[in-house]
Design a protein around this ligand. Structure first.
Ligand code: PRX
Length: 682
């Protein structure tokens, strides 16, 4: 199998289907070029037109986008429509219900972990629930500008809470509900959240997770660190009320459903179901400046400490709304499904904000792709007649393994467009997706973007762009609205380094509480440019092939992990003197973690220790960070100045014998020892 990022470049082009072009928003390449030209030459006119679709309490005037990308000229900033006032929640809900008369339209088909659990939520119902939640948060003392931590699974209350925050001007900080207590605590502390919203428990596949207990541990850790900013914890009784009445998909013998013992502290905990029933279904939105903060979302940082990426109201609204409309060619009869979790940026932008801003009908999926059977995705597509489907290469690779049978049981004829995100897609997975799932009639939009970019920055448009399997984009097809992207030479590896010369409305504004880190991470390397941190190659047709991160981040199943953070959790163990973590290709995850550990004197390297170390990383960061390989490293390859030579470690992990120039290495003998201790299998 060709692994992602291996730069297998294919020249065959796949042209947009004519049927799709007929009614598309951007029906052909020339139309795209016109839009692109306008966005570059008259950005203010372009974005003002996009803004005219939305409601402004005080409309934008003057210059729409203001920025400085050059550190040598002062602070880095981006502002979009500063001075105008609006409200995100009003635009994605009230505007649809009141102005567009879409109150009866389904906003979400919620599909639970079990196929037994599902509900349809209309725009009108969503607005009512969001207003109740807004009033609840206000009653709990939340005010404009306050940060609210949300640690919820993929249930409707997650959407209610995030939109409620935006309605009252609070800033949500959603923490993926697979993160550990330690990670949750770190994020709560960094953004000094005053409220935590969580649930009692949730099934992920057959596994019951006691979220409230993890949330309590996180709050306890915050207290220990003398930084207890959270005063109240709002708890959704999801497991108790929604799933305990029976779930035929969970194979437990005898057939009883375990009751989560929800720890309860009456001084702090508030029961969602009780308070929501007592408050009004009306709540006047708070009118915010276009540049007021909207949310914080943490992403891994190369120093190990996660960065709180800050997005603001208006730019993010315009950007996610426009990219959703064009990249998925949104049509009123669509049923759209993005399989991401809202705990990541893909869910923020393309489950909640972008689709709702377009009045779309989406599937909100709590489950996992292989529960209760490996055809679950295809079953859900058939059930809701999904037309646009957006998932990650890692899920495609996982499901490919089960062959055609689980797919052929279901009717996938409703599908029109497929999308991928999060990591490079290898051509083998692309072809399977295109042929088996899309039945050769659906374009595959491979969308490149980041938590920081807010929305798609490099992507084909489904009716306008000929596709090459595995290429995220072609130069010509860089998404219309904006940026001249410049690919400068990266001297070290010969790869091109991906940078952007101009901002777009949805780009992050700062690292929360750390402007200095924002500037040094993204702008200092090439003054005048935003540096994404990804490398890429350009082929003879001008198509770009994303080659993955050029920094110390590892993309595991589409989630960025910081090697420094994993190393810190390993060295926290009493047996470990030093650790170094590198990536190794993985057939399903794309990349996985390969860890070298040097033990303290007298400590023995054995299976028990390996299991303990894996558990430790899992507990400190979360299950996604569990290492696949841990190898004994009596010594690490270092330069004479003591810097670990990660290139050499990567080559050892991949069993590449030709190590090139080792002249800077302090003690070349360690290499042979490391090859002798290599792990072949996980
Ligand atoms: O390395 C790129 C990879 O994911 C990184 C961003 O990760 P995150 O902020 O967690 O957001 C993921 C979802 C948007 C990028 O720096 N990446 C994302 N999309 C692609 C990709 N790599 C290749 N092809 C993509 N389509």
């Amino acid at each position: 199998m060709v692994v992602p990022g291996s730069q297998h470049i294919e020249d065959k082009m796949y042209h947009p289907p004519e049927g799709l072009q007929k009614d598309a928003h951007v029906p052909d390449f020339n139309c795209y070029l016109e839009l692109y030209k306008k966005s570059i030459e008259e950005p203010d006119v372009f974005w003002k037109e996009v803004a005219s679709d939305f409601y402004w309490k005080k409309p934008p005037t003057g210059q729409i986008l203001q920025y400085n990308f050059d550190v040598t000229k002062g602070n880095i900033y981006v502002k979009c429509m500063e001075g105008a006032t609006t409200n995100m929640c009003y635009n994605v809900l009230d505007r649809n219900v009141k102005d567009k008369n879409l109150g009866e339209r389904v906003a979400f088909y919620w599909e639970g972990n079990s196929p037994d659990h599902h509900e349809a939520i209309t725009y009108g119902q969503l607005l009512g629930q969001v207003c109740r939640c807004s009033n609840t948060l206000k009653q709990m003392g939340v005010r404009k500008g306050d940060r609210v931590a949300i640690y919820l699974p993929m249930i409707p209350e997650l959407v209610y809470t995030m939109l409620a925050c935006t309605r009252i001007g609070a800033v949500h900080s959603i923490v993926f509900a697979g993160f550990s207590a330690e990670s949750l605590c770190e994020r709560i502390m960094d953004s000094q959240c005053s409220i935590l919203v969580t649930a009692d428990g949730v099934y992920r596949g057959e596994k019951l997770i006691n979220l409230k207990q993890i949330a309590d541990e996180a709050l306890e850790k915050c207290r220990e660190k003398a930084s207890a900013t959270v005063t109240r914890c709002l708890v959704v009784k999801h497991h108790a009320l929604r799933t305990q009445d029976g779930d035929s998909s969970v194979n437990l013998t005898p057939v009883v459903f375990p009751v989560v013992q929800t720890p309860w502290d009456a001084a702090c905990d508030v029961c969602w179901e009780e308070v929501m029933g007592q408050v009004s279904e009306q709540c006047e939105p708070e009118w915010l400046d276009a540049e007021d903060p909207l949310f914080i979302l943490y992403t891994s940082g190369s120093t190990g400490k996660p960065k709180g990426v800050l997005h603001t109201v208006a730019g993010y609204l315009l950007y996610t709304s426009l990219t959703f409309k064009y990249v998925f060619d949104h049509q009123p009869d669509d049923v759209y499904w993005c399989t991401a979790d809202i705990g990541w940026i893909t869910g923020h932008s393309y489950i909640t904000y972008g689709p709702l801003a377009n009045g779309a009908t989406s599937v909100l999926f709590e489950g996992i792709p292989v529960h209760p059977h490996v055809g679950r995705f295809w079953e859900v597509i058939e059930k809701y007649r999904v037309t646009k489907f957006y998932t990650a290469p890692t899920a495609i690779r996982l499901l490919m393994k089960y062959g055609l049978d689980p797919v052929q049981k279901y009717d996938l004829s409703s599908l029109r467009i497929l999308g991928t995100v999060g990591e490079p897609i290898n051509p083998e997975a692309w072809h399977w997706y295109h042929e088996v799932i899309g039945q050769k009639r659906c374009p595959v939009v491979d969308t490149f973007w980041q938590t920081e970019t807010g929305g798609h920055v490099l992507t084909p448009l489904p009716a306008a762009t000929p596709l090459k399997p595995g290429s995220a984009v072609s130069y010509h097809h860089i998404y219309i609205h904006r940026v001249h992207s410049v690919f400068s030479r990266e001297p070290r590896s010969g790869l091109l380094l991906q940078v952007f010369r101009r901002p777009w409305p949805g780009i992050m504004r700062t690292v929360y509480g750390n402007q200095e880190r924002f500037e040094s991470t993204y702008f200092k390397k090439f003054p005048g440019f935003y540096v994404t941190g990804d490398g890429c190659r350009r082929d003879k047709d001008g198509y770009y092939w994303i080659a993955g991160r050029i920094d110390d981040m590892i993309n595991v199943s589409g989630h960025l992990l910081s090697t420094a953070e994993v190393e810190a959790s390993l060295t926290d163990h009493g047996a470990v003197a030093e650790a170094a973590v590198v990536s190794r290709p993985h057939a399903v995850k794309g990349e996985c973690l390969y860890c070298f550990v040097t033990l303290k004197d007298c400590r023995e390297f054995n299976r028990t220790l390996v299991d303990e170390l894996k558990r430790q990383v899992r507990e400190k960061i979360g299950p996604i960070a569990t290492p696949d390989f841990i190898q004994n490293a009596p010594g690490l390859p270092k330069t004479r100045s003591g810097k670990i030579m990660r290139r050499v470690l990567r080559q050892i992990a991949r069993n590449e014998k030709d190590l090139g120039d080792l002249s800077t290495m302090a003690d070349p003998k360690v290499v042979e020892v490391l090859f002798n201790h290599r792990c072949e299998t996980a």
